[in-house]
Ligand binder design. Structure first.
Ligand code: HAM
Length: 432
């Protein structure tokens, strides 16, 4: 086979240094937000036994995995998400002090049909709290999600859409719609259909015309907590579970207010989430123009640790993916410039000063700066073009004449200004 025919796979990306630099800057902000709230970084395997995802992730996700038999005959899966792995880790580490607050930046793989914002290999940042069932834990997770929007400058163009599956099931139950699992699957796809198609689909799975109208109308309910809570008060039936879920939303409003993030949050009864393990609160982040797929998704999954054989451990969390994030930030002109940066380039005027050039470079590196110098035997002009290509902020020009008077010339590449710097004060000049 001719080697030039071997190309990268569809849905996989590669990043050149400038592209990677920009991505790293965004990722650092996501990490900083997690650390501000005391979430600790963890590491997880990329390959897991297939069974881990068969338990509770739901059919749709399992069908999208890269799964195969390894050489030892084990059925294994490249991780499509991290939540089951985390639940297993929490089960195994009973010694961890609660609440367990974890984040991580990892790569994930899903065999999806590729489209804008949907790839086969992507990054997610996951943030989860284990071991706490309070509304305060829900609010903290939502505050982290809102904080990263603010930190990246997206809070005006994206919003958190929040629902509670139990409350919705209760509302539908009160209308006699009890086989909610099938119904919720259709609701989950609502945004992809016209309202007529949506109602027809509900009738196709056995709902009466009247009930499909009810589901349609109820799941149209969306708006600020202020506006939607009074409407829900009239809708939510007197069942204990449904009332409990409703009261949590009321308390959530107060907590989100205290975190100062209520303005970024709306209630939206059409938010369901495809993953099967969510038990109550569910939420997603969408761009307010409705152009893109979800930027982030999460919710409460109180049973998952127990499903894996652990103690009762309520949990809540979410993940944000880098693909939609990049599209949205680029649309808003917020994605960092895709270029490499270098603090200093040490330019050696002649072969005779190479040794001094190397020594000065090392001195600067020891102060923590990123420094390059010539390793290709280039002349002055070619070193200068290279220094420009790596966006060196400062140039140290090392020449025989300067050295004999105990100095070097430092040029600021932005202003073009030059000055002589005494070798005695060389490192102080750069660390000052
Ligand atoms: P998810 O909704 O499947 O949730 O994924 C979360 C985010 O990951 C999505 O909103 C999207 O930004 C990104 N994402 C998912 N699939 C792809 C894809 N094929 N290409 C690009 N980006 C994608 C979960 O994974 C849950 N485990 C989140 C969670 C954490 N729930 C509780 N804790």
């Amino acid at each position: 086979m001719a080697e030039e025919r071997i190309q990268k796979l569809k849905g996989f990306r590669e990043f050149l240094p400038g592209e990677k630099t920009a991505r790293n800057k965004v990722f650092k902000k996501l990490r900083d937000v997690a650390e501000k709230y005391g979430f600790r970084d963890i590491g997880t395997p990329s390959l897991e036994p297939m069974d881990l995802f068969l338990v509770k992730s739901g059919e749709e996700l399992v069908n999208q995995t890269y799964s195969f038999e390894d050489k030892g005959g084990r059925k294994v899966t490249l991780i499509p998400e991290e939540t089951p792995t985390r639940a297993r880790m929490v089960k195994e580490h009973k010694e961890l002090s609660k609440p367990v607050k974890w984040f991580s930046e990892s790569k994930f793989w899903r065999y999806e049909s590729t489209q804008k914002g949907r790839l086969r290999e992507f990054f997610q940042f996951n943030y989860d709290i284990f071991g706490e069932e309070s509304v305060e834990a829900d609010a903290e997770v939502l505050a982290v999600a809102s904080d990263f929007l603010e930190t990246l400058g997206l809070d005006e163009v994206a919003e958190l859409r929040i629902n509670d599956r139990k409350m919705l099931e209760g509302i539908l139950g009160a209308y006699g719609i009890s086989d909610t699992e099938e119904v919720l699957k259709v609701v989950d796809d609502k945004e992809k259909m016209t309202r007529k198609e949506f109602r027809n689909e509900l009738e196709d799975i056995g709902l009466t015309e009247e009930n499909s109208r009810v589901v349609d109308e109820v799941t149209e309910l969306r708006g600020s907590f202020e506006n939607v809570l009074p409407k829900l008060e009239n809708l939510v039936p007197d069942y204990e579970e449904s009332q409990k879920a409703f009261k949590r939303l009321v308390e959530l409003k107060q907590n989100l207010g205290a975190y100062g993030v209520l303005d970024n949050c709306v209630i939206d009864l059409s938010i369901i989430r495809g993953l099967a393990y969510y038990t109550g609160l569910v939420f997603e982040i969408f761009d307010t123009e409705g152009e893109m797929r979800a930027l982030c998704g999460g919710g409460r999954y109180d049973d998952l640790v127990e499903v894996f054989g652990g103690e009762e451990t309520p949990a809540v969390g979410f993940a944000v993916g880098d693909a939609v994030l990049e599209l949205l930030m680029k649309r808003e002109g917020l994605w960092p410039e895709e270029k490499v940066s270098t603090d200093v380039y040490v330019l050696t005027v002649s072969e005779s000063v190479k040794k001094e050039g190397l020594e000065l470079s090392q001195k600067l590196r020891d102060t923590g700066l990123s420094v390059e110098t010539d390793i290709c035997g280039r002349n002055f002009g070619n070193q200068m073009s290279y220094a420009n290509s790596i966006n060196a902020e400062k140039l140290v020009i090392v020449g025989e004449r300067d050295l004999s008077s105990g100095c070097v010339t430092v040029k600021d590449m932005v202003s073009g200004e030059e000055e002589k710097v005494d070798l005695e004060e060389f490192t102080e000049y750069f660390s000052g």
